[in-house]
Design a protein around this ligand. Structure first.
Ligand SMILES: Cc1cc2nc3c(=O)[nH]c(=O)nc-3n(C[C@H](O)[C@H](O)[C@H](O)COP(=O)(O)OP(=O)(O)OC[C@H]3O[C@@H](n4cnc5c(N)ncnc54)[C@H](O)[C@@H]3O)c2cc1C
Length: 331
């Protein structure tokens, strides 16, 4: 259990949470970022990694994934703790000592910055009765380690860019890769489909997963052909389901601390403070008159919130206003 006391806990590792973490590093705040997904980046990584973003200051063209990679590199200039696959389930306490409860640990924090965007993303699960029994054994919703699939027979279920990317990523290490989709064509970028067609991945369309049966260490996947009653089975070591994500709008409902909120939108003042002393919000989740939900505005809000949090923790705090006057830890 991580019993540490942090100066600042940032809930949500989207672009705004990541930039806030860098900014907190500049202010020499001991900081943790808690992110429910296995990877940081929020909507950019989850919903549109390959799309081009044109309106981030200083970058005329940057893909969403590239921007996230740059934010991670920038954040790593400072010793920030980033916890992935960790969801904050409750926040209680007060300025100076908040208790942060997650699905994995309980920590303490002097101040909190909420950058939860549209809520905690969770993968859309396979709608088959006994699916849960196979999770973590034969059924996966993420591919954290490619090596885990070495020499395995793997079926990917899904028809978008992410499903194709997973299939192409696993093909060189797996024994055989199937890509199963309920339509005959894939809803993906043309260059992804071209790469798929040139690869050794076997496409299985138009089918839907209708059942799973244990078969020794493997799983037999029952597939129903769309619009017919025809079935076929494929036995594999792993089934990786990529049916997209849903964002959980109940994120604040069970917290002991309640603040001025409307669904995922949290009301803030000019310093990004919520109605609770010591809790700040920035990015898509922060709401005020004239709010424009953009990455650029979120970055500015993050800097404002971190300054305010540092001052709330210690009214004598005199952190640098300009990054040009800062020496990095490894300089
Ligand atoms: C298709 C698309 C295109 C877009 N194009 C642009 C564009 O061109 N320019 C632009 O400026 N903006 C664009 N946007 C909007 C932009 O993506 C958002 O403004 C931005 O992602 C907001 O960042 P954020 O960090 O506030 O929230 P998010 O990106 O939503 O990140 C929030 C993170 O918090 C995590 N989280 C939530 N609850 C918890 C919890 N309880 N515990 C732990 N973690 C939690 C989530 O898993 C998520 O990773 C686009 C959005 C979409 C969908």
């Amino acid at each position: 259990m991580d019993e540490a006391m942090y100066d600042l806990t940032i809930i949500g590792g989207g672009p705004v949470g990541l930039f806030a973490a860098f900014y907190a590093g500049l202010q020499e705040l001991k900081t943790q970022v808690v992110e429910s997904l296995p990877q940081v980046g929020g909507q950019l990584t989850t919903l549109y990694p390959e799309k081009r973003i044109l309106d981030v200051a200083g970058f005329s063209h940057v893909t969403a994934q590239e921007l996230v990679d740059r934010l991670v590199a920038q954040t790593s200039e400072f010793p920030v703790t980033i916890k992935t696959e960790t969801t904050v389930t409750n926040v209680s306490g007060q300025l100076g000592d908040f208790t942060i409860t997650t699905n994995k640990d309980v920590t303490h924090s002097k101040a909190v910055l909420v950058t939860t965007g549209n809520g905690a993303f969770t993968p859309r699960k396979l709608a088959v009765d006994n699916a849960e029994a196979f999770e973590g054994r034969n059924l996966w919703y993420f591919v954290p380690k490619v090596a885990q699939f070495k020499n395995h027979d793997v079926m990917i279920a899904g028809g978008g860019d992410a499903a194709i990317d997973i299939a192409l990523m696993l093909e060189p290490v797996a024994h055989h890769v199937y890509l199963m989709h309920r339509r005959d064509s894939f809803r993906a970028l043309p260059h992804s489909v071209t790469r798929l067609n040139e690869s050794g991945v076997e496409t299985v369309t138009p089918y839907l997963v209708s059942g799973l049966t244990a078969n020794g260490k493997q799983v037999t996947v029952d597939l129903k052909e769309m619009k017919t009653d025809n079935h076929r089975t494929v036995t594999v070591d792993d089934l990786v389901v990529n049916y997209g994500f849903i964002s959980d709008h109940s994120v604040f409902e069970n917290w002991d601390l309640q603040f001025d909120q409307n669904r995922q939108q949290v009301a803030v003042d000019g310093s990004m403070k919520t109605s609770v002393d010591g809790i700040y919000a920035a990015g898509d989740t922060a709401s005020y008159d004239g709010k424009v939900a953009l990455i650029a505005t979120g970055f500015g809000e993050a800097a404002t919130a971190v300054h305010a949090a540092a001052f709330a923790i210690d009214p004598h705090h005199r952190g640098p206003v300009h990054s040009t006057s800062v020496h990095l830890p490894n300089e």
